[in-house]
Design a protein around this ligand. Structure first.
Ligand code: SF4
Ligand code: SF4
Length: 187
């Protein structure tokens, strides 16, 4: 079928990441408890060692609860090397969905992205999956916040019931299997 001008315009205005790495610099990356577990598993580290090496706790704005973020070195994320994410296959949920309207309106996202980002002159296609992703992220963040308000810092043993609930909510069988170490999740 021949493309019409309208179809071409739509195609041209689609967001395409330029892989400039700008969003990995000068930006704090919040972590959920399951992000911490997934990243530590990817790096083959025990979660407590991963946490002390790669995470920091920060209280932002009016929030009196310090929450976990990825460590930054000289302003850039500790996993950024030559503009390539060294944690690509296990990156935090926020990175996995950047930029995305699951975190707010397109204006809100543009205001948070670096000026060089293609999002300032293109648009993100809406996905039917957005509502599910938004619910999953909000639930993971809520459980992470409840955990930190109770325990103050990350300890794998204490965080396990919270991680399990997040994975169950996501219904991620492979991760539940890795997490519990048994095959209950695949039944
Ligand atoms: S700033 Fe935008 S274009 Fe650059 S890597 Fe991030 S998402 Fe991609
Ligand atoms: S984890 Fe990867 S994608 Fe996320 S900020 Fe760090 S380098 Fe960028």
């Amino acid at each position: 079928m021949r493309s019409t001008g309208l179809q071409l315009n739509r195609a041209e205005s689609r967001f395409e990441c330029k892989r400039c790495g700008a969003c990995c610099k000068d930006r704090d990356v919040p972590l959920t408890l399951d992000d911490i577990f997934r990243l530590s598993e990817f790096l083959n580290m025990d979660p407590d060692s991963f946490y002390s090496q790669y995470c920091v706790e920060v209280a932002k704005g009016d929030n009196t609860i310090a929450l976990p973020y990825l460590r930054r070195d000289d302003g850039a994320c500790c996993f950024l090397e030559d503009n390539i994410c060294q944690a690509h296959f296990a990156k935090p949920t926020v990175c996995l969905n950047t930029p995305s309207t699951i975190f707010g309106s397109i204006e809100h996202i543009r205001a948070r992205m670096p000026p060089s980002c293609a999002i300032h002159h293109t648009r993100i296609p809406e996905s039917a999956d957005n509502e599910r992703k938004r619910r999953n992220y909000m639930t993971a963040m809520m459980l992470t916040t409840i955990y930190y308000s109770k325990f103050g810092t990350f300890k794998y043993q204490l965080s396990k019931p919270f991680i399990y609930r997040i994975l169950l909510f996501r219904r991620n069988r492979e991760q539940i299997y890795n997490f519990t170490g048994n095959n209950m999740a695949s039944n």
